[in-house]
Design a protein around this ligand. Structure first.
Ligand SMILES: C[S@@+](CC[C@H](N)C(=O)[O-])C[C@H]1O[C@@H](n2cnc3c(N)ncnc32)[C@H](O)[C@@H]1O
Length: 233
């Protein structure tokens, strides 16, 4: 498949994953950004991800959405080139105003092509995006290549939960079991479950170790619904 049809295929999948409403999806991540990046988050970042960072190392946010994390890293690390990558035009075209040392690149992380020099990055983030990829192997390989030895990669992503936990939170008994519930509504509910419950923590660790990384830190967030891994090249 050529590169333009590859990214178009991913864009169509993403729009479906985002419920057919790209603007609404961008609002959701924009509105939850400050809560997810509070004082405790930045303390974790400084101590566990930025611990080997040296002034001038590049920084990359994979699945950068509208670029809030790219903007904040560019302000924190003014000597660094800070990149964000996203495939959705409704995210990239709606990006926040960025400092001069920041760039958002349109690229498909199912098959990354971005021209980032090997061994040039000190830190990489993939926040809430690995589960959206059709497969993460090409992205993990590219990240390994782009990171310098000792560079750190932070992955935050939903991990598998029992079906009941998700259904009890999202739907009433009637919405699932009522006679008037459509097959389409049920298909959407089960598809949403599968898309957000793809990996166990061990699956992600297995893939990252296979790519060559060593696990430096491993914790869970939101009562075990998310894993937060830090791995090192
Ligand atoms: C749930 S959002 C998270 C955004 C941001 N990381 C945050 O935490 O606010 C996932 C992002 O990953 C992007 N994404 C998903 N699959 C992608 C792919 N194959 N290539 C590039 N970006 C992708 C989506 O467009 C979306 O902006």
């Amino acid at each position: 498949m050529n590169m333009s049809s590859q990214i178009e295929k991913t864009q169509a999948q993403l729009l479906k994953h985002h419920g057919g409403n790209g603007y609404q999806a961008s609002l959701m991540i924009a509105n939850s950004y400050d809560v997810r990046h509070d004082h405790a988050f930045w303390q974790f970042w400084d101590e566990t991800v930025a611990c080997h960072y040296q002034s001038g190392d590049g920084v990359l946010d994979l699945g950068a959405g509208i670029g809030q994390f790219v903007r904040d890293c560019a302000n924190r690390y003014p000597e660094s080139s800070v990149y964000g990558i996203d495939a959705a035009t409704y995210m990239v075209n709606d990006a926040v105003i960025l400092p001069d040392n920041a760039t958002i690149l349109l690229d498909d992380l199912n098959s990354p092509q971005a021209a980032i020099p090997a061994n040039s990055l000190g830190m990489v983030m993939a926040n809430n995006m690995v589960h959206e990829l059709t497969q993460p192997i090409k992205m993990f390989k590219a990240t390994y290549q782009w990171l310098k030895p000792g560079g750190r990669f932070c992955i935050i992503d939903p991990i598998r939960q029992p079906l009941q936990q998700q259904f009890d939170k999202a739907y009433s008994q009637k919405q699932l079991w009522g006679d008037e519930t459509s097959v389409e509504a049920l298909e959407n509910a089960f598809e949403y479950f599968l898309e957000h419950n793809r990996y166990h923590a061990e699956d992600l660790i297995y893939l990252l170790e296979s790519a060559g990384f060593k696990v430096a830190d491993n914790s869970t967030l939101l009562k075990g619904k998310f894993i937060r891994l830090v791995v090192e090249k």
